[in-house]
Design a protein around this ligand. Structure first.
Ligand SMILES: Nc1nc2c(ncn2[C@@H]2O[C@H](COP(=O)(O)OP(=O)(O)OP(=O)(O)O)[C@@H](O)[C@H]2O)c(=O)[nH]1
Length: 438
């Protein structure tokens, strides 16, 4: 029997197209200790996937020669780009773009010498994949463990441990197996849904883009093959509708009376015209009249699309409000239980007051308790020290002055996270992942 013919509606076609678009893009964050070879690896990825321009390569080759190297120092490519961007920015993350015929990539590159959790958290918070480098001669270090812990707390769904400089350990299977064993046993204590451990030489290119002939014992994918094929579209929450309103487009005159829209980025679920929705915190309900993407009307919107939503009724909606589905809305919470990464010298302590930014709202919060501090090496929970120092991670209870419309971070990385800001200086001093709100 022939299956009935189906015709896709415009909305479905757009949906498929947008899913393909988001699947075509991989955001990944790199992490490693100083000199593990991160810059060299990024240079190698760009070079072997032919994502760099001839003139850039020529300048790197001539600089390498003038410095007396008998190889092309690919780190120059990355570091050159990086130093330009480092100027005057507090959060030291360089974003780099490249593409292969199979996928587009955005790399959030955090310099290894600045061992700040802040950079790592900023770079990895929106990543689909985290790439942690270790030097095969050293194996795991405290910093590689810390990076794995942070990636797991940030629920980065895919993790790659690249065991680099395999050429310096004679491409030894034993060395790889030892690091593999040590890391997998550490990783069982973390939540890492997908882990790949790849032996590479960033300098020589083994298993980066081309398969290494010197490591016939390794049967897994090359790094590039994995980056191109890792499945990311299903990582997004398409069930619970969450639309934090970023701005309200008001009618300028009577002529545009109909054009009241709410702009923002979809943080969860699929929105469609005709859906019954609730506006929080007011609790007023309405229906979605239409959804615009730039100046085009679309049939569906889902994460991470930035759209303008129009409602059928003239309800009162302001910046910081959230549009959700009736019967499936987040509960407003003022008592927040979260894992916090602290990013400044002055410790986080009970009774401290801070500004808190959650989705599109900013308010104030007081630290009620530091329940424990997490030792990133042993994963031991220290309940004695009631504070968090620079780069430390712990479980913290906060009381906010306004209710947050939040979800657990495990359900939604956008509505489940917040940043803490020093009220006097305006500097970001912490990042939080919500366990629960009551
Ligand atoms: N033998 C060998 N040397 C490597 C390899 N990868 C990197 N190196 C060398 O290790 C040194 C450090 O590499 P970088 O790429 O600058 O290290 P990094 O981790 O990016 O360091 P930062 O830029 O300071 O963050 C350089 O001398 C590289 O040439 C490798 O696979 N094999």
């Amino acid at each position: 029997m022939t299956p009935p013919e189906t015709t896709a509606t415009d909305g479905e076609v757009e949906h498929q197209h947008a899913i393909k678009e988001s699947a075509d893009l991989l955001r990944f964050a790199t992490a490693g200790s100083v000199d593990d070879g991160k810059s060299t690896l990024i240079g190698r990825l760009l070079l072997d996937s032919k994502a760099i321009f001839e003139d850039q390569l020529e300048s790197v080759e001539s600089t390498s020669k003038s410095r007396g190297y008998d190889y092309t120092d690919l780190a120059l490519l990355t570091d050159g780009l990086r130093s330009e961007r480092e100027q005057g920015i507090t959060i030291d993350v360089a974003y780099r773009y490249f593409a292969t015929p199979n996928r587009k990539f955005i790399i959030a590159d955090t310099p290894g010498h600045v061992q700040y959790t802040r950079n790592m958290v900023t770079g990895a918070s929106t990543a689909d994949l985290g790439l942690v480098l270790v030097d095969a001669r050293q194996g795991l270090t405290e910093q590689s463990r810390r990076h794995a812990v942070i990636l797991s707390l940030l629920r980065v769904p895919h993790l790659v441990l690249a065991v680099n400089k395999m050429d310096l350990v004679d491409f030894s299977e034993d060395v790889y197996n030892r690091i593999h064993k040590e890391f997998t046993s550490f990783a069982t204590k973390l939540s890492i849904p997908d882990l790949e451990i790849i032996p590479i030489s960033a300098l020589l290119g083994d298993n980066v883009v081309t398969r290494s002939e010197k490591m016939p014992w390794y049967s897994g994918p090359t790094l590039m093959h994995h980056l191109e094929h890792v499945h990311v579209a299903s990582d997004r929450d398409l069930v619970d509708v969450r639309f934090p309103v970023q701005y309200v487009i008001r009618p300028k005159s009577d002529e545009f009376h109909d054009y009241r829209g709410y702009g923002g980025q979809v943080a969860g679920g699929v929105l469609k015209p005709g859906d019954e929705v609730v506006v929080l915190p007011s609790g007023m309900t309405s229906k979605i009249a239409k959804i615009d993407l730039f100046d085009k009307e679309i049939g569906e919107a889902f994460p991470p699309m930035s759209v303008t939503v129009h409602l059928e009724d003239d309800v009162d909606v302001s910046r910081g409000d959230m549009i959700a589905r009736v019967n499936n809305a987040p509960k407003p919470s003022q008592d927040i239980d979260a894992m916090v990464c602290w990013m400044t010298n002055e410790p986080l302590r009970p009774r401290q007051k801070l500004a808190i930014k959650h989705t599109t709202r900013t308010g104030r919060a007081m630290v009620k308790d530091v329940q424990y501090r997490l030792d990133v090496n042993s994963l031991h929970r220290d309940q004695e020290t009631k504070e968090l120092g620079l780069n430390e991670i712990g479980r913290v209870q906060l009381r906010t002055t306004m209710p947050l419309l939040c979800d657990p971070y495990s359900k939604n990385r956008t509505t489940g996270s917040f940043i803490l800001i020093d009220e006097a200086t305006g500097v970001t001093v912490g990042a939080g992942m919500i366990n629960s709100g009551t």
